[in-house]
Ligand binder design. Sequence first.
Ligand code: ZN
Length: 178
Amino acid sequence: MGGLITPRLRETYPPNGMLVATMNPCPCGSQGDPSKECTCSALQIQRYRARISGPLLDRIDIQVGVPVVRYKELATITDSESSGTIRDRVDRARQMQLQRFHGRKIYCNAQMAARDLKKFCTTEPAAEQLLERAMVKLGLSARAYTRILKVAIASCRITGTSFCGPSVTGTCKPSCTA
Ligand SMILES: [Zn+2]
């Protein structure tokens, strides 16, 4: 049984943890904010982002840009979805995963091997072409390819749709068969 070991603290963490992390877009934190001017040079931003290595980024399943929220938007938030409702939806998706992988040694989408993806997620030709173009243009790895499909399947389950459209994945349009 493996695990993540921190020699200095002499602690061992379980191998199946979930990493959630945040970072600013640049050293001053204002890049992309229409109300503030970013004071960083291109080189500073490049160096700042290079602190997170490419191979590490390649292992993070979901990366989301979060725009600045204005005071007016914060002050006028009314009926947003409750955490309980969201939790119920995630629970349902988890139950579907457990049923899908019943009798196997895996229990969630992230653990699927390439052969599982072929079984549970068939990609339309047009979507496959789009994904292929994205892989070439963005220099995506094989790991990124499988990650996109896994995240697409998870998104379909959470949103309760049986078909993953381009808005779900941003780059591919697979249809899930399980
Ligand atoms: Zn900046």
